[in-house]
Design a protein around this ligand. Structure first.
Ligand code: BGC
Length: 445
């Protein structure tokens, strides 16, 4: 009924997940190898980590950390919102490309991420709204219908208690509320070892924070490896004693990718494959609706083999012979849905590629779902890190997570649990790995 601690605690243990050959899947290895990281492709690379002051938020110092792989990858991360600000990787000609949408300054992030709380639309009302660019989302990513839920738990003190949360997305609670984890200054510590550098960011979210029960402590560890991977590990502990209040948690990262470069325009031509036979249909409030999981076969949601992201987004002729706009794409103004990932355990979830730069993104996760969002609500009012504006489909997200609105389906078959009991720790990992190479045409899911 509740989360199990699925990963070993040691940061080195996270590195026991061996880098994968293209197109294969694997599970977390229980054994920790003697060498912290095998450094398969760049055994002599020397990763580095540095920091610089980036400003202040509510009297707290905010820093910007730079993590390099020694093999051409450079990631900047701020402890404001535990947010990835930029992600530079080499293209097939060795040119460095920033593949993550982001803002140039801390004040841009503060204005964007705090607008629900302050009520001051930024930069204008009717604009893109809160983008969550690159941020850590917590305590509960995605939507909870009717901004409330009733706890269902055993060996806990709050079974049957109903909690009211902020309504920050119509009547829903989205991404943890008005003041989610993306609006907090996290405390930071750095480490490094053979083949990697790491930045651990922590915060404690008190009992009642944004209406959620139980104090939890979250640590997000970003690791950059010599294999040009960004590993994101979540360790979230419910600080209540055993038998105390349970809570619900669902962390994710909200990176928007554009594999031709963050300023390059629409991602329509970029290839995407998702390791999923089913997706979650939504109602007009963007909440999964019965029968909750539908086959992707014969629909624009079929990404089982690589296809350009834009191929079916405007296509009114479906392979099953029907024609007209696909209703699910109309509701969401594009893709903004949960795909139910095949298999379980740490595995390949998706592959994406830009055929011009050759930059290929391999996404691995132990989560049951991924929200693929095609940037539908970017309306051209935001200026990004490269000085260009972002519009619809300027980037796409692959938010690895539990299924949207899971707190309304606790204990139901087909709904992996998001309940975290007192004394329990959730550990989870997602990796974004970058390579360049030939065009992906086939995918061994
Ligand atoms: C949601 C979108 C939302 C976006 C930015 C995504 O995770 O699914 O509907 O617009 O985040 O808030």
């Amino acid at each position: 009924m509740s989360y199990q601690s699925r990963l070993p605690k040691s940061p080195l243990a996270a590195l026991a997940v061996v880098a994968l050959a293209a197109g294969t899947t694997t599970a977390l290895s229980g054994a920790v190898p003697a060498a912290a990281f095998p450094g398969i492709h760049h055994p002599h690379a020397h990763p580095t980590i540095t920091s610089q002051p980036w400003g202040d938020f509510e009297g707290q110092t905010v820093d910007l950390y730079t993590l390099t792989s020694g093999a051409g990858m450079k990631v900047t991360i701020t402890n404001f919102g535990a947010t990835v600000q930029s992600l530079w990787v080499p293209d097939r000609r060795g040119r460095s490309v920033d593949v993550a949408l982001g803002f140039p300054t801390l004040s841009d992030y503060v204005n964007d991420f705090l607008q629900q709380h302050t009520g001051v639309a930024w930069p204008l009302s009717g604009g893109s709204g809160d983008t969550y660019f690159g941020a850590t989302i917590g305590r509960y990513a995605n939507r909870i219908a009717d901004h409330s839920f009733t706890m269902v738990c055993s060996n806990c003190s709050n079974n049957g208690v109903t909690y009211t949360l902020p309504a920050n997305n119509g009547t829903n609670t989205l991404h943890g509320g008005d003041l989610g984890w993306n609006t907090k200054v996290w405390s930071a510590s750095t480490s490094q070892g053979p083949g990697y550098v790491a930045l651990a960011l922590s915060l404690t979210s008190p009992d009642g924070d944004e209406g959620f029960p139980a104090s939890v402590t979250a640590t997000v560890t970003y690791t950059v490896t010599t294999d040009n991977e960004l590993r994101i590990r979540y360790d979230i502990t419910n600080n209540e004693p055993v038998g105390g209040k349970a809570t619900v948690v669902n962390p994710t990262n909200h990176l928007y990718f554009n594999l031709a470069g963050e300023s390059s325009g629409p991602v329509f031509d970029q290839l995407l494959a998702i390791n999923a036979d089913r997706y979650s249909p939504i109602d007009t409030n963007f909440i999964p609706t019965a029968p909750y999981q539908l086959s992707v076969a014969g629909t624009p949601f079929d990404f089982r083999h690589p296809k350009p992201i834009g191929r079916d987004i405007t296509n009114v002729s479906s392979p099953d012979g029907t024609s007209g706009p696909f209703p699910q794409l109309v509701i969401a103004h594009g893709y903004d849905h949960n795909w139910v990932l095949n298999g379980s355990g740490y595995r390949l979830a998706a592959v994406a590629q830009d055929r011009g730069t050759g930059i290929t993104l391999w996404t691995y996760t132990d989560q049951p779902g991924v929200q693929f969002y095609s940037g539908n609500f970017l309306v051209g009012d935001l200026t990004g890190t490269g000085g260009h504006t972002y519009r619809q489909t300027s980037g796409f997200t692959l938010e690895t997570q539990h299924f949207p609105d899971s707190p309304h389906h606790i204990g139901e078959p087909g709904w992996p649990s998001v309940v975290l009991n007192g004394g329990q720790t959730l550990s989870s990992m997602t990796t974004y790995r970058f390579t360049t190479g030939g065009t992906i045409t086939h995918f061994g899911f």
